[in-house]
Design a protein around this ligand. Structure first.
Ligand SMILES: [Zn+2]
Ligand SMILES: [Zn+2]
Length: 446
């Protein structure tokens, strides 16, 4: 009832002059907020690592079930078949129309929280390597889940306002890049239905709370994990002529890899090659047999990804050849099959449509096109390689005065994954719930 005037004659028309409808939606969100704030703090204090989201998943399942969603739990099949899946999907069928899937991530990070907040996490656990680690929602997935619950409550209560099918998906293991793939491997869409649209929200660590940001087209990058073992022929540090030194060769390879970006790839195709780890040798006067390097490679387009990966292997092997390394000792270059995320491509038409909806619902001052980034997200995989339009929008989480102070002083704000990342719950949650709700209502309008 209360949202009817938002939607009659098409949302875009209704929003104009729909001050009463706006006030209704605002009042509705405000009514839910005390309970949502306590949910947020509870989620923040009980974070779970990727692939271990057991309690979080059960909590989301309970919330969705109470709202009348048909819930499927334990979704996700990992490369390791012994690893349980904690994906959860709630389906609400509400007459004819398209299907919208809204996804939130369930997992947290191995970070010791240093925000000093009264509801800071003190959780510790043991990681896969047997080390004791802190656990923190340092990427704001607790904000996403709380917003997800808020929108689910409003949409489930106001079924007269929309027609179609709503799938609310709690995705495990976003931070390890394994969750979306695990859900698809477990036949997610055969089990809960294939959506016509995939939406999700992510916080923006340098955006003002209340701001909605969007980036049409490529918004986040393909990520590849490349390992290079540079092999030489070891020997005495004082007799280099008797060796093939893999340390000197590795230094040449590190520098030459940057030339791939600057000389082989168009400047209009953003590409990053970072050698984040390099290890070789144990003593100053011993030339070792090998050096190991770990790279992260970021690209947008598929063809650029393939070109860059081929150039990395060619460069490493070509330089080894030039150094006179024997043919059976050339570098071993491997690209991980599992540590990979596809780029996030925000469907431009969907982005344009929803940006207009948000401008009407939140006001032009609170909606902004933002720059794409070379970080990575696995929500794009849920679009099945471009078959289903995907849009991940962003929500600012920082008090406006802090954003101003950061710009004035040049001191960056705590980024995502920082131990000091502390989103302000309000008006972040209100903006996120409002943007999510009006987006879904527009896609499922009667
Ligand atoms: Zn993250
Ligand atoms: Zn995240």
């Amino acid at each position: 009832m209360l949202l009817r005037s938002l939607l009659t004659a098409g949302a875009v028309v209704a929003f104009t002059g729909g001050a009463a409808a706006q006030a209704d939606l605002d009042a509705r969100i405000a009514r839910e907020m005390p309970s949502l704030l306590s949910t947020y703090k509870q989620l923040h204090q009980t974070p779970e690592l990727s692939e271990h989201e057991e309690k979080t998943s059960a909590f989301i399942a309970g919330e969705l079930r109470a709202l009348g969603f048909t819930v499927t739990e334990h979704l996700g099949r990992y490369a390791n078949p012994a690893q349980p899946g904690y994906g959860v999907a709630g389906v609400l069928k509400n007459g004819p129309g398209p299907t919208v899937l809204f996804r939130a991530e369930l997992d947290a990070l191995p970070v010791v929280e240093e925000t000093g907040l009264p509801y800071a996490s003190t959780v510790t656990t043991t990681n896969a390597d047997g080390q004791k680690v802190g656990v923190m929602h340092a990427c704001g997935h607790d904000i996403h889940m709380t917003s997800f619950i808020g929108s689910a409550r409003i949409l489930a209560a106001d079924k007269a306002e929309w027609s179609g099918t709503l799938i609310m998906l709690g995705q495990p293991a976003e931070e390890t890049g394994t969750g979306a793939a695990a859900l698809l491997r477990d036949n997610l869409y055969q089990r809960v239905g294939q959506p016509n649209y995939v939406l999700s929200v992510h916080d923006l660590s340098d955006g003002e709370a209340g701001l909605i940001g969007y980036a049409p087209g490529f918004a986040m990058a393909n990520i590849d994990a490349v390992d290079i073992t540079v092999r030489g022929v070891g020997g005495h540090g004082a007799m280099p002529d008797h060796t093939k030194d893999p340390i000197v060769l590795s230094a040449q390879i590190v520098m030459a890899l940057q030339t791939i970006v600057s000389r082989e790839i168009s400047p209009l195709d953003p590409t990053v090659i970072t050698v984040g780890s390099i290890h070789g040798g144990a003593k100053r006067n011993v030339i070792p047999d090998d050096v190991k390097m770990q790279l992260t490679v970021r690209t947008y387009k598929k063809e650029i990804r393939e070109k860059v990966l081929a150039a990395i292997a060619r460069t490493a092997k070509g330089l080894a050849d030039a150094a006179g390394v024997p043919a059976d000792r050339l570098p071993i270059v491997t690209v991980s099959a599992t540590e990979h995320n596809d780029a996030l491509y925000n469907d431009p038409a969907l982005t344009k449509r929803l940006a207009a909806v948000w401008e009407k619902a939140l006001g032009k001052d609170h909606v902004r096109q933002i720059d794409p980034q070379m970080v990575s997200e696995d929500v794009g995989a849920l679009g099945l390689d471009g078959k289903i339009p995907v849009l991940q929008f962003r929500v600012g989480v920082v008090a406006p005065e802090q954003v101003k102070a950061s710009i004035a002083s040049g001191t960056p704000l705590p980024a995502l994954h920082s131990s000091r990342f502390a989103p302000v719950p309000e008006p972040t949650l209100t903006a996120s719930i409002k943007a999510t709700t009006v987006a879904i209502l527009d896609l499922l309008r009667r």
